[in-house]
Design a binder for this molecule. Structure first.
Ligand SMILES: Cc1cc2nc3c(=O)[nH]c(=O)nc-3n(C[C@H](O)[C@H](O)[C@H](O)COP(=O)(O)OP(=O)(O)OC[C@H]3O[C@@H](n4cnc5c(N)ncnc54)[C@H](O)[C@@H]3O)c2cc1C
Length: 542
């Protein structure tokens, strides 16, 4: 308790100062709320948009299906955090159940639970978008000021603290093999180096939307509606005239039976990839080329676990601080699928549900937990012609589901990635390496692992695949035949609907996506603010 008192709680302070926050779980009757702009979702895209529009003097309403939590709710316990803060209790899966998807579901969205790695959109990705999707003004030069603005706003900077052992082993192994690595920039301010970012930051150091843009928007008169699920937009001609929302109970799951109608001049869809296309599908938004929900990307992620003699304790210390782009940069962007190497944080629930095996084998893995180093490979999907992403469907109850099939080119990338990671782990001194695959064992040498990995069947449910990066589904493009949204973030065929989140991206990013979303939506929101007010949009300050 004494410690809690020493950590200022900006949410409690903001509520005490009179922020307009409506918890839909408490509503006892129907409610109508009016705004200039209604933003659906309070994550990376929604948060940035809310701050810019509120500072521009517009009356902003933020609609969020999750709850408003604060640092005093974040107890560094997986059992509490996943059900409270994640989509589908962190057990969201692709339609075939072969890929586990992590996405946030709370005020601040995925930024409240993410691991703080901050990369600008790689120049090669932007060049591909210009060439293949007609996004001519998505140049490095044009975006640089927006990235710089968001880096200042969110304290994105080099992380001066030495990496934890988990990250350092990636560096050591790669060094031995002549594979370059570099340090990851992070969006933190006064970080305690705890390593529990995925459970919500208990010290408010992580510069998530929860402690930055959303409080600023609320301070400037925005209203936040929580526990409210946006069901569908209602059209009048080519305009959205209202948004129908279902109130959810305090558990954030069961509807209370109450509804909220939102009326606004403009609607910004920012529910994140998967949920944004689902909202637009439920609303039967125009989709003449059958593009909505398609080209949804994941950075499918495969994992390799190395056992070391020394303790690794991957739960302690900043989660992702070392990376290698060697396997992205050594091949053409549209050639064999490349992958980025990073190191995930290791916590017991996430680790035990990700590792393969059952019974005694699994129990033995868990006994080894403090000695395990894990490395992961993010496959850069969406660039090769046989990597076209997944498709969002609506289940019978209107909820979203992603159908995503790993194509042969992705499985080829997965095998190469498992090989590369095993070699690096042995070079770093691993006693054994276990590719996370149902048929793999702990291999005692690189020679043994190389032979075994070459023969492992690359198949759904056999090779474990996960993802915390969901992108696409409402792709933007300069050409209406390849994107439902134009380069200004405006949904085609609708006069007052924009999309401002990761669902905009026509391919995956090929790097952790948060800064791409911050920078690009800052530009889109500034354009929208100028259009709605007739004045230049305000610049965001740290
Ligand atoms: C565990 C984890 C670790 C990650 N680590 C990193 C990292 O280190 N670096 C990095 O760059 N990226 C990381 N990411 C990814 C990054 O956080 C996301 O790419 C980014 O936040 C996505 O932004 P968004 O605006 O598209 O959606 P989100 O941030 O997910 O926000 C969407 C919000 O909309 C709400 N919503 C959805 N549908 C509705 C609806 N119908 N009605 C009302 N509200 C709705 C959701 O509840 C959610 O709060 C991580 C993600 C996770 C989950």
């Amino acid at each position: 308790m004494a410690q809690e008192n020493r950590i200022p709680d900006p949410i409690a302070a903001g509520l005490a100062s009179g922020w307009q926050v409506v918890d839909a779980a408490t509503l006892t009757g129907a409610r109508t709320i009016e705004a200039d702009v209604a933003i659906i979702g309070s994550g990376a895209g929604g948060g940035v948009t809310a701050e810019i529009l509120a500072l521009a003097g517009l009356k902003v309403l933020i609609v969020e299906e999750g709850a408003l939590k604060s640092s005093r709710d974040f107890k560094m316990r997986e059992a509490d955090a996943y059900p409270a803060l994640y989509q589908e209790s962190a057990a969201r899966k692709t339609r075939d159940k072969a890929i586990n998807i992590l996405q946030g579901r709370t005020v601040g969205g995925s930024t409240t639970v993410n691991w703080t790695s901050s990369f600008r959109t790689p120049p090669a990705t932007l060049a591909f978008w210009q060439r293949e999707f007609g996004l001519r003004d998505y140049t490095q030069e044009a975006l640089a000021p927006w990235f710089a603005m968001m880096e200042r706003r969110l304290h994105i900077a080099d992380w001066p603290t030495p990496p934890n052992t988990n990250n350092d082993l990636l560096r050591q192994g790669a060094d031995k093999l002549g594979i370059p690595t570099a340090a990851i920039r992070r969006n933190v301010n006064g970080c305690w180096n705890l390593g529990y970012c995925g459970m919500g930051c208990p010290t408010n150091a992580k510069q998530s939307m929860l402690v930055t843009t959303i409080p600023s928007a609320l301070k400037h008169g925005a209203t936040l509606l929580t526990h409210a699920r946006a069901e569908r937009l209602v059209w009048q001609g080519d305009r959205a005239e209202s948004l129908l929302c279902t109130a959810l109970g305090p558990d954030g799951i069961v509807p209370t039976g109450q509804h909220v109608v939102v009326r606004a001049r403009h609607f910004v869809v920012a529910g994140g990839a998967i949920n944004s296309p689902a909202l637009l599908l439920r609303s039967r938004a125009p989709d003449p080329h059958s593009l909505l929900g398609r080209r949804t990307f994941l950075h499918p992620t495969v994992i390799s676990a190395g056992r070391f003699a020394q303790k690794v304790e991957g739960f302690a210390g900043a989660p992702q601080t070392v990376y290698s782009d060697h396997f992205l940069e050594t091949q053409a962007i549209d050639g064999p699928v490349g992958f980025k190497l990073e190191v995930p944080p290791l916590h017991p629930v996430l680790f035990s549900t990700t590792m393969a095996g059952f019974g005694e084998v699994h129990a033995e893995t868990m006994r080894q937990f403090p000695h395990i180093h894990a490395t992961l490979a993010l496959l850069r999907d969406g660039f090769h012609e046989d990597s076209r992403g997944g498709r969002v469907h609506l289940r019978g109850d209107g909820s979203a589901e992603l159908d995503y099939t790993m194509s042969p080119v992705l499985w080829d990338g997965a095998r190469r990635a498992l090989l590369a990671m095993a070699e690096i782990q042995f070079a770093a001194g691993a006693l054994t390496v276990t590719p996370v695959h149902e048929q793999a064992r702990a291999y005692a040498s690189w020679a043994e692992a190389r032979e075994a990995i070459a023969a492992l069947p690359m198949k759904p449910m056999q090779t474990r695949v996960a993802s915390a990066h969901v992108m696409g589904g409402c792709a933007m493009s300069g050409d209406e035949r390849s994107g439902v949204v134009d380069g200004a973030g405006r949904y085609r065929g609708l006069a007052n609907v924009s999309v401002h989140d990761g669902s905009l991206f026509p391919t995956s990013i090929g790097a952790n996506p948060q800064l791409s979303i911050y920078g690009i939506t800052a530009r889109l929101a500034s354009g929208l603010a100028q259009q709605l007010t007739g004045r230049p949009a305000p610049r965001l300050e740290a």
